[in-house]
Structure formats: structure tokens, C-alpha cells
Design a protein around this ligand. Structure first.
Ligand code: NCD
Ligand code: ZN
Length: 335
């Protein structure tokens, strides 16, 4: 490798939203420009809850973006029987996603009562299905929602010692420290935007609706802790972009939707972030190693090549304003 070319194992994104219907093909193709495999979140309308629908959604994604492998999730609720979970696993589900009721996009049908879902979680542990957590406590003050959810993570670990748990899109130092201290069955994803930004980038100056996401961006010391975790080489921390496209009009309006569209720019931005921190040697495991290891799938044998050349990020991609829109990045993906 010379310093103007960077060869990475083709990255995996262990948390992405690809939506349904008209937007799906473009969003899947944007993901395929950066990733070989993506863990697809189930909060589409209607949500992914049954095996036929899960397989059909996977088929649509992979047909729209040849070369992209969709790893599938279902939306957790208290109603699944053991038979339902066996069928979801047989259909290809690798994880179930826990959304607390009302905390984010399309989560009105999420879990209101933590205890109610425990029998289903017990069955997931038995079947080896991963539990992905949107770790925010409904009703808590917005900046404290993640911290206040951590008690549930501790309870889950105590009850289900063999259950693999991913605390998604970490946003606080408290959550980083909790994941570090918990057993190896608990890992976490970190997004690109939580490595880049703090609350100042959302509301510190003008209101920046395209930086509005759940969980909210937090304080500088939180971002520092997230960066240290990502650069540390600790296998508990790996990439999940939480790329979440909403059409421009759904963001620039009186009650804007939460979600940052990072898929089109994720890897060049991460290269920049890791390079600036002198941590480029930690990037390959972060984007294409630790996540696969945790999920128990083989590491990729494919490659992504970037070159050091300026890339102007478009103002809009498929009707959505992407992360870093209008900025010039220092790395370009070679196609
Ligand atoms: C996500 C979405 O739009 O689906 N939004 C977000 O702000 N991250 C849902 C989620 O992961 O919370
Ligand atoms: Zn998400």
C-alpha cells in the first residue's frame, strides 16, 4: 500500500435502514457502494415480523443491489411463540430488534413493558438469535434516555448469560463504559455521525435538521468516549451506521423525522476520522472484522479500494440530504 491508496476488507454495516417501496432500490444501491453485507433494520411499514415477509424483503434488497448481502432482522414484540422464532430463524433472520415504544421512527408498536418480552428473549437465547437493542428509555428526558435504559441491559445479561446482545448506536460515555464492563456476550455499534458530531452540530448554532437522529447527539466528552472506543481495537465495538434516509421534505418541516443518511459517504468519512486520529490501523477490524466475529459469520474475502483524491458529496441523493452534503472529502472509493 502506498499512502495514496487504501485497501480495506469490504465493510459490513451492522445497522442500516433501507425502507420499503419506492425508496428501497436507491437506498440499497447506495449501501452497496460502501458495503458487502448489511444488517437490515425491520422498522419498515408494515414491520418485518413474519418469515415470508422477511424473505421477500431480503429478495427485494438483493435484487435491487446485486452484490449486497442483506442480513435480516425482525421486530421484537411479546407475541412471538417459540414456533414463530424457529420459523424466522429458518427464513434467515439473524437478530431480533427491540424498540421501546415510541422512542424513534416507526416504533409506536414497540415494547411498552420490558417484562412482557422476556419469555420471547429467553427463546431467542435458546435459538442463538442475537438481540439488538435500541437502548433509550421512553419518557426519560431526551439526553438521559440512553443512560436510563442501561438498567435493562444489566437485567438482560443477568437473566440470559448466553444471549448475544448488541447495544445499538451508542451515544454516551455511560453506555461505552457499561459495554466495556459487561461480559463478552455484549457488544455495541457506533455510527459515523456520533463519532463526528456533538449536540452543537445539531442546535449549537443554526438548527441542522439533517443532523437530527435518535439517539440524539450528545456532549463532547461523550463523543470523545465513543472515539476512544472505536479506535481502541476492543472487539466489542464495531460499525453500524444507523443510516436512516428520510426525504428532504420530511426533515425540513415543523416536526422533522429523526435519522441521518450516512450510507452514501460512510467509508470515506470513517477513513478521514480514523486517519486524523492516527488510528487507520484499527479501521479494518472496526468496519469489517469485529462485527462479523460477534455475529459468528465469516470475515469477508472481498476488498474495497480507496484513493486519496477529492470527492464532492452531492447536496441530495435519491431525494435525501446525505451526511456531509456539499462538503469535499479527502478519499474516494475506486469503482
Ligand atoms: C431511525 C429511522 O429513521 O428508522 N432513526 C434514527 O434517528 N436513528 C430509527 C432508529 O434507529 O432509531
Ligand atoms: Zn436505526
Amino acid at each position: 500500500m502506498n499512502s495514496n491508496t487504501l485497501r480495506l476488507p469490504l465493510p459490513d454495516d451492522f445497522h442500516i435502514h433501507l425502507r420499503q417501496d419506492a425508496g428501497l432500490a436507491g437506498y440499497a444501491q447506495d449501501a452497496a457502494s460502501q458495503f458487502g453485507r448489511v444488517l437490515v433494520m425491520p422498522n419498515i411499514l408494515p414491520p418485518v415480523t413474519d418469515p415470508q415477509q422477511l424473505m421477500e424483503y431480503q429478495r427485494q434488497i438483493e435484487a435491487a443491489a446485486p452484490g449486497l448481502q442483506a442480513l435480516m432482522t425482525f421486530k421484537l414484540n411479546a407475541k412471538y411463540s417459540s414456533h414463530d422464532l424457529v420459523a424466522l430463524k429458518a427464513a434467515g433472520a439473524v437478530a431480533g430488534k427491540y424498540y421501546p415504544a415510541g422512542v424513534t421512527t416507526n416504533s409506536q408498536d414497540g415494547i411498552g413493558d420490558f417484562e412482557s418480552v422476556l419469555p420471547v428473549v429467553a427463546e431467542m437465547e435458546r435459538l442463538g438469535l442475537v438481540l439488538c437493542l435500541h437502548g433509550e428509555e421512553p419518557g426519560a428526558f431526551c439526553l438521559d434516555r440512553e443512560k436510563e435504559f442501561l438498567k435493562h441491559v444489566h437485567a438482560l445479561v443477568a437473566k440470559f448469560p448466553r444471549l448475544k446482545i448488541v447495544l445499538e448506536h451508542l451515544s454516551t460515555r455511560d453506555a461505552v463504559e457499561a459495554v466495556q464492563a459487561l461480559p463478552a456476550t455484549v457488544s455495541a455499534t457506533i455510527t459515523v455521525h456520533h463519532l463526528l458530531f456533538t449536540l452543537d452540530d445539531l442546535i449549537g448554532d443554526g438548527l441542522m435538521p439533517h443532523h437530527f437522529c435518535k439517539p440524539l447527539l450528545k456532549r463532547p466528552e461523550d463523543r470523545d468516549a465513543l472515539r476512544m472506543a472505536a479506535f481502541s481495537g476492543n472487539p466489542k465495538f464495531f460499525l453500524g451506521t444507523d443510516s436512516a434516509p428520510h426525504l428532504r421534505g420530511k426533515k425540513e418541516c415543523p416536526c422533522g423525522a429523526a435519522g441521518v443518511y450516512s450510507a452514501p459517504v460512510a467509508i470515506p468519512l470513517l477513513v478521514q476520522i480514523f486517519e486524523e486520529a492516527n488510528a487507520l490501523d484499527k479501521l479494518a477490524d472496526y468496519v469489517a472484522g469485529f462485527g462479523a466475529d460477534f455475529y459468528g459469520i465469516p470475515r469477508t474475502s472481498r476488498e474495497l479500494v480507496l484513493e486519496r483524491s477529492e470527492w464532492f458529496v452531492p447536496m441530495e441523493v435519491h431525494g435525501v440530504v446525505p451526511l456531509a452534503a456539499g462538503k469535499t472529502l479527502g478519499w474516494t472509493i475506486k469503482v
